[in-house]
Design a protein. Structure first.
Length: 307
């Protein structure tokens, strides 16, 4: 037999034996699977897990997590209330501008809340999100009492920026985006950054009551220095440094020369060695007319002397 015939015979032999080689292992594996003793309920558990996974996916995908968590929390509260942990008394301390209902709403406390499942730390965190509240303490007194103590920020000034006026505290916190009528007489500060630097400047200004009592608004210029707008319409330009010396100079000039009672619109105190005053339009026109009249009088006098 030549080599070609031997090769053909070998291939035929391999093909004839191959099916038997693969059928036997497959038969053994199948028999093993069939003979497995599967515990009772595994199929039901697998179906339940599949349904649970589908529900969880739907909750996350539909963004219903918060609703479900709130419903679960309500169920827990209802159970705790039934067990005797209902919040029967809420004692508040330190509230002045905020009402009782406002504080409870901010803290997340409702009629359904139970003392057992109330998170005091979370309630405090919620209270601190309100600009009026500088600090807060939440105490749970079992079985049914809750005590909330707050420290409110005090209204300090009115802050105007971009044509909007807000009520601010001494630390610059905006308490109200609009100004309630009862706070309309607070000092008015204007400009970017004025809400942060106003406390120090107004404290300095308070040492000069002869001027501070006449100030209608204090304007921060370029976040570096202040201009004062007085109630009589006069604007006072203060220097960036040594504002206290400039204020004393202004007081001395007003005492000795009645400067602020004159027909002027501006006093520039930015330079240490001089004070610049701008007259009102009417005063400037009157002064120009007076100068012209004086010049004419001098000319007449000169001509008469020559004659």
């Amino acid at each position: 037999m030549d080599r070609r015939g031997y090769l053909a015979q070998s291939l035929n032999t391999y093909n004839a034996r191959s099916p038997g080689r693969w059928r036997r292992p497959l038969r053994r594996w199948f028999t093993t699977l069939v003979s497995l003793d599967v515990p009772r309920g595994v199929g039901s558990a697998a179906v339940a897990m599949l349904l649970l996974g589908s529900v969880c996916y739907g909750v996350v995908k539909g963004e219903h997590t918060d609703d479900i968590a709130q419903n679960f929390h309500d169920i827990c509260d209802a159970a705790a209330n039934a067990a005797g942990f209902r919040i029967a008394e809420v004692a508040l301390a330190g509230e002045h501008e905020l009402g009782r209902d406002d504080i409870l709403k901010i803290a997340g406390i409702t009629e359904r809340s139970s003392l057992l499942f109330l998170d005091a730390a979370q309630a405090r965190t919620r209270l601190l999100t309100n600009p009026w509240i500088a600090d807060a303490t939440v105490l749970k007194l079992y079985p049914g009492r809750l005590r909330i103590e707050i420290k409110e920020r005090q209204p300090f000034a009115l802050w105007q920026k971009d044509a909007r006026t807000a009520l601010i505290a001494a630390d610059g916190t905006v308490l109200e985006p609009d100004v309630p009528a009862r706070f309309a007489r607070l000092p008015l500060v204007v400009g970017a950054g004025a809400e942060r630097t106003a406390p120090n400047f107004l404290e300095l200004l308070a040492h000069y009551p002869a001027i501070s009592g006449q100030v209608g608004a204090a304007v921060l210029v370029a976040e570096r220095r202040w201009n004062l707008h007085l109630n009589n319409g006069v604007e006072v330009l203060l220097p960036e440094n040594h504002a206290e010396a400039a204020l004393q100079t202004l007081i001395d000039l007003d005492r000795d020369k009645r400067l602020l009672s004159r027909d002027i619109v501006l006093v520039d105190l930015r330079l240490e060695d001089r004070v610049t005053v701008r007259l009102s339009d009417a005063a400037a026109a009157a002064r120009a007319d007076a100068l012209k009249a004086a010049e004419k009088a001098r000319k007449k006098t000169r001509k008469g002397g020559e004659a």
